[in-house]
Design a protein around this ligand. Structure first.
Ligand code: AMP
Length: 180
């Protein structure tokens, strides 16, 4: 059903993100984007808004972070006339990889891309669904730079402002659709 066009797009997007308390573990409020994905108007609006500020930024590649960054990053790439680069958890990419480790609350995690995924000097937009502590985004930005690319921005659906992830990305043009 088409939504009431008097409702601001940000409210439409916000209304399609479901809070799931205590998932995947107690104390975490998981931001479930599946209602948004199922609503073509809200999904389309989200992709358009993630894309908009970077239309004229000469983006060569959109890098999407596994896994929900793939869902948003791929249509953003097509909208920008750019290619898509999946950034994956270790051991998933079949060819030679470049990895970047980052700290979690307990332990570390790593993101990987294929070593040849970014052309030298290529202009890269990073896309994800949620910016929480900023560790994943920071690692992605560092990885792109180590691979020889230029980060033109980081476009993310939702920022969990209490976790102050944007402080870790102060050297990047950060675009968030919602701050919650
Ligand atoms: P961080 O590295 O802390 O910024 O976490 C960002 C990554 O974890 C993103 O790829 C998100 O998809 C995921 N994430 C972190 N917190 C949440 C949350 N509350 N709900 C959904 N996804 C989350």
């Amino acid at each position: 059903m088409p939504h009431d066009s008097t409702i601001p797009v940000s409210d439409l997007i916000r209304s399609r993100v479901r809070d799931v308390p205590d998932f995947p573990k107690p104390g975490i409020v998981f931001k479930d984007i599946t209602p948004l994905l199922g609503d073509r108007e809200a999904f389309g609006a989200a992709v358009r808004q993630l894309t908009e500020p970077f239309r004229d930024a000469g983006v060569d590649r959109v890098l999407g972070l596994e896994a929900r960054g793939f869902i948003f990053g791929a249509p953003v790439a097509l909208a920008l006339g750019a290619g898509f680069v999946p950034a994956r958890k270790p051991g998933k990419l079949p060819s030679e990889t470049l990895g970047q480790a980052y700290d979690l609350e307990y332990g570390t995690a790593t993101v990987e891309i294929h070593s040849d995924a970014i052309p030298r000097g290529g202009r890269v937009l990073v896309v994800d669904d949620v910016l929480a502590t900023g560790g994943t985004g920071r690692a992605a930005v560092d990885l792109v730079r180590r691979a020889g690319g230029t980060v033109v921005g980081f476009s993310v659906l939702m920022e969990l402002s209490v976790l102050a992830g944007r402080e870790k990305l102060s050297d990047v043009e950060l675009h968030t659709l919602l701050s919650v």
